[in-house]
Design a protein around this ligand. Sequence first.
Ligand code: PLP
Length: 405
Amino acid sequence: MGILSDRSKYAVNPIREEDVLAAQLAEQGKNVIKLNTGDPAKYFKTPKYIIDAYVRALREGKTSYGSISGLKELREAVVERYKRMYGLNADAGDVIVTQGLSEAIAFIDGALINPGDSAILFRPFYPIYMPQLFFYGGKPLFGDYIEEKGWDIDTDSLGKAVKGAKKGRIKYMLVISPNNPTGTMLSRKTLTEIVDFANEHDIFLISDEIYDEITFNNAKFTSITEVAKGVPYMVMNGASKDYDATGFRLGFMLVPGTDKISQKVKSKMVEFAAMRLSANTPAQYAFAEGLRNVREHEKSVKAMVKSISDRINFAAKLINESEYMHVVKPNGAFYLFPKVDFSKLNLRNDKEFTSGLLKEKYVQITRGSGFGKEGYIRIVGLPPKDILEYSINKINEFCREHKKR
Ligand code: PLP
């Protein structure tokens, strides 16, 4: 018997799988362009009013463990945000603060999944949901975002996804909107159909809305909180994207229902949170200020989203001029998810594409198969236009050099 557990094989993150090689190349003096991690704080400074609040908390000695579910004033600020933005009536007791939304994902599977249970995920999805599900012996049932429908979900295919699954063993259905990797969002109609489906099949609904304020190109975002009336659900969000503070490692779960299922989930989440004592205390003070100071927040998020939309639109245009790729124009988040025309290339799959691109052109992107969608690549569209242009040119050059002859 080896030292490692069998399930440890699931510990993978395709977004960072080439990080070691990228670092080695950079050490050798290569100009490595990293378009693999969706980190706005690398390109846009975390707003000063939030930084000031963080420093103030440190200076005031707010460095002890905090309360299990999170700082009360932060949870109250979360509730106020959802009231202001989506008209939701919730209570600070409905909020559990986590160390990044990533920690919430681990809590969810730990709390809900028995070996053999399943969860409905829609492909392509943010990759971390899969390993966490596998750790607990769960299995995914797949629905699909449909490229031809602008990456909206085909709710008719949902019946097929759950066919044969035992009632009560589908523990949750997850939606991500705006979605990573496609940068697109679900329509109100689709979300409503998803809610109806969850209702009909007694499935707990989980909505990851970490990009809910990063929307553009006149798209209208709908939150699950606006349409999930009467269905047990959880919405998740955090400091990383809208508040441009990835390194704070703060997220939250909001479970507003008063029904039995919501109550059970909520109290179990608090027990999970208790096992790691508390989230980062000074960062919670800073995030609370980020949420409460609506005027400052709106100023900074507006400026950031304006730059992001300019960059994404610019990159989408360049990609769609390429002979080798095509992308659905995003209207949220900050990713581009082009389909690669492998019929023109001497490359077998997206993994060969992304690792070849890094080795030969020093541009690091992520393979679509890491998001459950083979044949695509994900490009982070956050850097300034000259870097995006340089990188897309390099991708085209790489394709030309690997063209079928
Ligand atoms: N959910 C989605 C859809 C994401 O894209 C990301 C990060 O890129 C996360 C969750 C993780 O967020 P956090 O930084 O709060 O752990």
